[in-house]
Design a binder for this molecule. Structure first.
Ligand code: URA
Length: 203
């Protein structure tokens, strides 16, 4: 089986980056996934939003945030006055990590090494888009963006200065998993408030 040699330096253009990412073998996740899912949105978007990794729907279609987590995100974006069409949406990890269970594919959190290998692509996306702000949804996104493991309760809702600045917030799947309805409502409101802060930041 031939393994394509990955480039030693960033390729510098969208077309080349997309082609290289589709053939990525920097970690083992490519072996099981259907395809690499790169970001989607305007190439000069003022706002970038980063999630964890594609889920089942995203893996099959090649588009980020179109499954249940994407629906939570879309609702919150609308409430925060943000137009999804003006945002570059991407993930810290480009391949879906899962374990098969019967006919289902159960999401597995990417480990530190997988997130770290995939920073190669995230950095190139940031360099090409040059957003004014990046919203990091969940700890894997913060890890991919900063290289630092964080506790989300410590960092959520506060802009971290940098070029570009980063605003950590909840991951929409976390909101879907909260068992307590009152907590889910409160944290969804916080998520929406963070997105509204992002809207103000780029206004
Ligand atoms: N969860 C993510 O983090 N990203 C997606 O694209 C879908 C679900």
């Amino acid at each position: 089986q031939s393994r394509r040699v990955m480039p030693e330096a960033p390729t510098g253009t969208w077309d080349m980056m997309r082609a290289d990412a589709m053939a990525c073998t920097r970690c083992d996740l490519h072996a099981q996934a259907t395809q690499a899912v790169l970001g989607e949105g305007p190439e000069d978007a003022p706002l970038m939003i980063v999630g964890e990794q594609p889920g089942d729907h995203e893996d099959l279609t090649g588009r980020p945030f179109i499954g249940p987590a994407g629906q939570v995100l879309d609702r919150a974006l609308a409430q925060a006055g943000l137009d999804r069409g003006r945002i570059y949406l991407t993930n810290a990890v480009k391949h879906f990590k899962f374990v098969p269970r019967g006919k289902r594919r159960i999401h597995q959190r990417p480990n530190t090494a997988e997130v770290s290998h995939c920073r190669w692509w995230l950095k190139q996306e940031i360099e090409l888009v040059q957003p004014r702000l990046i919203v990091a949804m969940g700890a894997s996104a913060v890890l991919g963006l900063t290289g630092q493991p964080v506790k989300m309760t410590d960092v959520r809702g506060h802009v971290v200065a940098g070029v570009p600045p980063i605003l950590p917030t909840w991951h929409p799947s976390y909101l879907l998993r909260l068992p307590d309805a009152t907590a889910a409502k409160a944290e969804t409101a916080n998520f929406t408030r963070d997105l509204a802060l992002a809207a103000e930041f780029i206004a």
